[in-house]
Design a protein around this ligand. Structure first.
Ligand SMILES: Nc1ncnc2c1ncn2[C@@H]1O[C@H](COP(=O)(O)O)[C@@H](O)[C@H]1OP(=O)(O)O
Ligand SMILES: [Mg+2]
Length: 346
């Protein structure tokens, strides 16, 4: 089965949302120290991105039954204290739609905006089709001026069948390059059985990408979260040592890690959240599709495949590990040993 139409729609939707996020991040980084500590720009961009994805998907695929599992809901915006934020989101969404020019529509009202956000309330599950969206994945990176992603996947009968990752700050060349890179802004897209493609966010033609083919951990570079609060750096350091990985870990925010891995910038991604954290499907669905279609393998720490059919959360054994097919057996062995030796690292 082909998901060409859905993939084209998802690509348009994510690229449109990325424009809005870029606008907000630029203003945020130019603002003074006082307003940098203000959390509202990221809130406005988060909601705004969700509105544009929801709006664009409905416009592009009017005949598809619409279900969206997304991170934000409109509860806070419907309260008195959310009024000003709602106004700012509505303005930003309308500005982005007008400057983009793809959709010739009259400006959205605040009620349209609230409804578009609430489209994201679906619970997902193992039946039918569900879009899965993280409107800004990696909010900490977004605020710091680093990496973040707009991550959109599609589930069909509980399986991820396509994924799009818009990474506005990811260089088109390797993240390991020592040369300064002028071109930034990548969009990765994948559908089941169709491979993974990367294009520049400003619209170059897509090129097919593959994960690294290395069988030698000494040559492999390893990705992990920038934020130590999101994933145990101690545990990944112990795993890297066991495997014989030589290079220091590369720390990147968001699902941009999956994108960079899918084109072979690194060969391993380790994610070990601290005890009690529950992974959400929108934090992995798009990245999972992009990496697996590029030839990679994604599993939990026990080697089980990820199950996206259980609703908004992933039920996992401990962590998420990603690499190529050849390295997976030795990676799993190192993960199991390190987990039993360092259980307290989580
Ligand atoms: N305590 C936590 N442990 C693990 N992940 C977290 C935690 N808090 C937030 N996250 C989520 O981790 C993801 C990004 O992590 P990283 O950049 O480290 O890969 C984001 O989805 C982020 O949420 P959000 O999407 O709201 O930023
Ligand atoms: Mg996220």
């Amino acid at each position: 089965m082909s998901y060409d139409k859905e993939l084209a729609a998802a690509t348009k939707a994510a690229a449109l949302a990325a424009r809005l996020c870029q606008k907000v991040q630029k203003a945020l980084l130019q603002s003074d120290v006082h307003s940098k500590s203000d959390k509202s720009p990221v809130t406005v961009a988060d909601y705004g991105s969700q509105v544009l994805v929801s709006f664009a998907l409905e416009k592009e695929l009017p005949s598809m039954a619409f279900s969206l599992v997304a991170e934000e809901d409109s509860g806070d915006l419907r309260k008195e204290e959310g009024k000003e934020t709602l106004q700012r989101i509505t303005e930003l969404v309308n500005d982005t739609l007008a400057s983009d020019g793809t959709y010739d529509v009259s400006p959205l009202t605040e009620e349209n905006v609230l409804r578009a956000i609430d489209n994201g309330k679906s619970e997902g599950g193992s039946r039918g089709r569900h879009w899965v969206l993280d409107p800004i994945d990696g909010t900490k990176g977004f605020v710091r001026g680093d990496q973040y992603a707009i991550a959109l996947g599609l589930l069909d009968e509980g399986k991820v069948v396509l994924g799009v990752l818009a990474c506005p700050n990811l260089p088109l060349g390797s993240v390991n390059s020592k040369e300064p890179q002028e071109k930034v802004g990548c969009l990765f897209s994948a559908q089941v059985g169709g491979g993974t493609y990367m294009q520049s966010l400003d619209g170059s033609s897509p090129v097919k990408v593959h994960v690294s083919a290395t069988e030698n951990p000494e040559e492999a570079s390893l990705f992990e979260s920038y934020e130590a609060a999101h994933s145990s750096h101690d545990l990944s350091s112990s795993i890297a040592k066991k495997l014989g990985v030589k290079a220091p870990p590369v720390r990147i925010d968001s699902q941009a890690k999956y994108g960079a891995l899918s084109r072979g910038d690194g060969a391993i991604y380790l994610r070990f959240p601290h005890k009690g954290y529950r992974e959400k499907i929108w934090d992995h669905a798009a990245g999972y599709s992009v990496v697996t279609e590029a030839g990679g393998v994604v599993s939990d720490a026990a080697g089980n495949p990820l199950d996206f059919s259980k609703g908004r959360y992933l039920d996992l054994d401990t962590g998420i590990i990603v690499t190529n097919q050849k390295l997976m057996p030795s990676l799993l062995k190192a993960v199991k040993e390190s987990l039993s030796e360092n259980a307290s690292a989580l």
